[in-house]
Write a protein that binds this ligand. Structure first.
Ligand code: ADP
Ligand code: MG
Length: 322
């Protein structure tokens, strides 16, 4: 298949977003947005670096690739609207498999009425997919990592560690329970768009999505906001059958595993009831897991408390006494 018939095959026949003036088929796409703020992000996935065909079908590569990008928009409080896909196709991939990547993207795009409005197609040595997403927020309602303040409550949606557990199940001979649940969490994660949108009326909330592990995401908020973040180990939410995994793996995945695409956030105590209401409205499980503190010599630190003492959590996975 040549480049032109390929583009024709992935092109949408109609578009859902009324702000779109020109989609695929010209030199660039055009949309008009007079009132809201525009939020955009890009992520690139390379075969055997960011995914492997051992644990992902081409369909999942597309689904999960776009889901990860949508999760970034959710963490900004934005509504996903458009996406653009730049793809490098190697000779070793059949066009049928490449089409499955786009099929996976179309499926999750449909959930949010997102339109594919452009991209680039080239042939090369390794499969690489770069996805750009565009979303909207109400004016001045983008949610920043730098918004955490002393005394805030720290919360997280869903459960932690499931995606890594799913990958572990796919890569190892095992007799674990609820395999399908964990595998689905790995291959078809659900970004927390509805929850983030339900927070729209809050005057202030810091948000970050859990792509690299909660230790890392908490650290990013702590550094950006100039505060420290304190987490309670026993309160970190895990799935019912999570305790079947070896203890060291449980700990590693829930703190440093990532790719759960849950949202980690901080809000003022006075807003906590509103956050719980937003969670209920969007049917999102949510757990209070700690608090934000300011002290001049602990800026940027993340502490993990258990009933005995506290440890300094490093984002690279090393744990130091403090
Ligand atoms: P140009 O040479 O002007 O860059 P292209 O031939 O690369 O044009 O692309 C033609 C049209 O097809 C453009 O609208 C472009 O955005 C779209 N397009 C190309 N590749 C992709 C892709 N992988 N996904 C989505 N749209 C694509
Ligand atoms: Mg081009």
């Amino acid at each position: 298949m040549d480049e032109f018939s390929f583009i024709d095959s992935i092109k949408q026949h109609s578009y859902k977003q009324s702000s779109l003036l020109k989609g695929i088929g010209d030199d660039a796409a055009v949309f008009r947005q007079p009132a809201q703020d525009i939020v955009t992000a890009v992520d690139t996935f390379v075969e055997d670096v960011h995914f492997s065909r051992k644990t992902m079908e081409p369909y999942h590569v597309g689904y999960r690739g776009l889901a990860a990008n949508i999760s970034d928009l959710a963490a900004m409080g934005a509504s996903p609207t458009f996406y653009l896909v730049s793809i490098v196709i190697p000779k070793t991939w059949s066009m049928k498999d490449v089409d499955q990547i786009f099929h996976g993207m179309r499926e999750i795009a449909a959930v949010y009425q997102m339109d594919l409005i452009g991209g680039d197609t080239v042939f090369g040595k390794e499969l690489a997919v770069s996805i750009t997403v565009i979303g909207y927020t109400e004016r001045n309602k983008a949610r920043y990592r730098s918004s955490a303040r002393n005394g805030d409550i720290v919360f997280v949606t869903g459960t932690l560690g499931d995606s890594q557990a799913g990958m572990h199940i796919l890569l190892n001979e095992n007799k674990y329970e609820n395999k399908d649940y964990y595998i689905k969490k790995h291959q078809k994660p659900l970004p927390r768009v509805d929850f983030a949108k339900a927070l729209a009326d809050l005057p202030r909330v810091a948000l970050n999505d859990v792509s690299d592990g909660i230790a890392n995401e908490a650290s990013e908020i702590a550094v950006a906001s100039g505060v420290s973040i304190h987490l309670y180990d026993e309160q970190l939410p895990i799935s019912q059958s999570y305790q079947q995994f070896p203890l060291d793996l449980q700990r590693k995945w829930k703190l440093f595993g990532g790719e759960d695409f849950e949202l980690l956030g901080t809000v003022a105590k006075e807003s906590w009831l509103d956050v719980k209401e937003a969670a209920e409205k969007s049917q999102t499980p949510i757990t209070k897991i700690g608090y934000v503190h300011y002290s001049v010599d602990e800026v940027g630190y993340v502490f993990l408390h258990d009933n005995k003492d506290r440890q300094l959590l490093q984002k690279d996975g090393y744990i130091h006494k403090k």
